[in-house]
Design a protein around this ligand. Structure first.
Ligand SMILES: C[S@@+](CC[C@H](N)C(=O)[O-])C[C@H]1O[C@@H](n2cnc3c(N)ncnc32)[C@H](O)[C@@H]1O
Length: 396
């Protein structure tokens, strides 16, 4: 019998495997950290809540497992401000080659003990697992994904084990898995009878081959991962989670003179010693890199170059549903225009930047796209209710 898990593992992580030799998502598919700094900003709000629950310790960890090109770790590092930034230790973990990201420690194995927030962003979908065709009786399938005659499925046990191991590394704080996936009710209902195994190369979905030339992936049974890791957890949609962290992406249509157009993170308010103000700096608390261009400039960033998200809706700038209104850059007339730059220049640019930011946030929250990703959040010695308010259960 073909050992599909071993073939998958060799293709991605063997000596000349896809990730071993250093391929990065930015060249093949679009993930949320490539959209811009906004995901990192939301995670800093979450990290600030963890920090508060831990009593603002002298050292606070942010660990990015399956860090890929290091974009998320780098954005968290560069967006942190104030006291949190001074205490923050950012670690990227990846089995691929170490990247040079300012202020980020790089390692190939998970740290033994984490105090803070551990994140696995689109990590678990890249953990190989057995591909099967029914009928088949197997403890994991019987519990999580019964398969009938001719139906295909993936046995999620290796993902469960990987996630349980990662969560066990958190001494105190929280662990968050963000991924596309499915829940038992939909698996049992037959929504995934063809399985979800897929391959991506150069921004396109391609026929899966186990020769190391493409990324191989499958949706994650996040409910099974949750149960395997145990403890207190919630499983919610990215769309809801981002809103709960203050990322809603509205543009202030008062226009350039109106001030804080399009900001939309909860981090902009909050006293120094309370969650919601990364760094507790007492200043605006606004993460440093929030603003103009966003994104790394690589394929798949906000240019909408066509690099595919590996799930659901197409990528792209241009999802600007929450921008609305007909105002144009610079259209606020002379109101409040200051001196030589005037509303047509700096203020117009500010409006444009705000609109671009709102567009990126809309992409992160898009139903059927990145917004339908699952957020599996475990609290370890920290009540989950102190991190996010009650939210509807995830049903992608
Ligand atoms: C789909 S990519 C996601 C990259 C990045 N988090 C993002 O969202 O853009 C998955 C990454 O997980 C890494 N990976 C897989 N298994 C790993 C493990 N056991 N430990 C560390 N990294 C791992 C791969 O090398 C790859 O870079």
């Amino acid at each position: 019998m073909v050992d599909s898990e071993a073939l998958w593992r060799e293709a991605l992580y063997g000596p000349s495997g896809f990730f071993t030799r250093g391929e990065v998502p930015a060249d093949h598919f679009r993930t949320a950290p490539l959209v811009g700094p906004e995901l990192a900003e939301a995670l800093l709000v979450l990290l600030d809540r963890v920090d508060f629950a831990l009593g603002r310790p002298a050292r606070l960890d942010f660990v990015d497992v399956g860090a890929g090109g290091g974009e998320l770790a780098g954005a968290v590092r560069s967006s942190a401000t104030g006291s949190l930034a001074a205490r923050l230790v950012v670690t990227a973990v990846d089995v691929g080659p170490a990247r040079s990201v300012p202020g980020v420690r790089w390692r190939s194995t998970l740290p033994g003990s984490v105090r803070g927030l551990l994140v696995g962003h689109e990590w678990l979908d890249a953990v190989p697992c057995p591909l099967v065709t029914g009928p088949l009786s197997h403890p994991w399938l019987d519990r999580w994904w019964p398969v009938g005659e001719g139906e295909r499925a993936e046995i999620g046990e290796p993902r469960d084990a990987a996630w349980a191991d990662a969560v066990s590394r958190v001494a105190r704080g929280a662990a968050l898995a963000v991924d596309y996936g499915h829940v038992r009710a939909d698996r049992v209902a037959g929504r995934y009878v063809a399985g979800t195994f897929a391959a991506y190369r150069g921004g396109r979905r391609v026929e899966p081959v186990f020769d190391g030339t493409c990324d191989l992936t499958a949706h994650v049974a996040l409910d099974a991962c949750a149960e395997a890791a145990g403890g207190e957890w919630v499983l919610v949609s990215q769309r809801d989670a981002l809103a709960a962290l203050g990322l809603v992406g509205k543009v202030d249509m008062a226009g350039p003179a109106g001030g804080s157009a399009g900001s939309g993170t909860a981090s902009e308010s909050g006293p120094t010693d309370r969650p919601g103000s990364p760094g507790g700096s007492g200043s605006s608390g606004r993460p440093a890199s929030a603003g103009l261009a966003g994104g790394s400039g690589k394929p798949g960033s906000t240019s909408g170059s066509g690099t595919a998200a590996r799930f659901g809706a197409a990528s792209g700038a241009g999802i600007a549903g929450e921008v609305g209104a007909a105002s144009r850059p610079g259209s606020a007339g002379g109101s409040g225009g200051a001196g030589r730059t005037g509303p047509g220049a700096g203020a117009g640019l500010a409006w444009l930047a705000a609109a671009e930011r709102a567009s990126r946030i809309a992409e992160l929250r898009a139903e059927g796209g990145l917004g339908s990703f699952g957020w599996l959040l475990h609290g370890v010695g920290v009540p989950v209710s102190s991190l996010v308010p009650p939210l509807p259960p995830w049903r992608p």
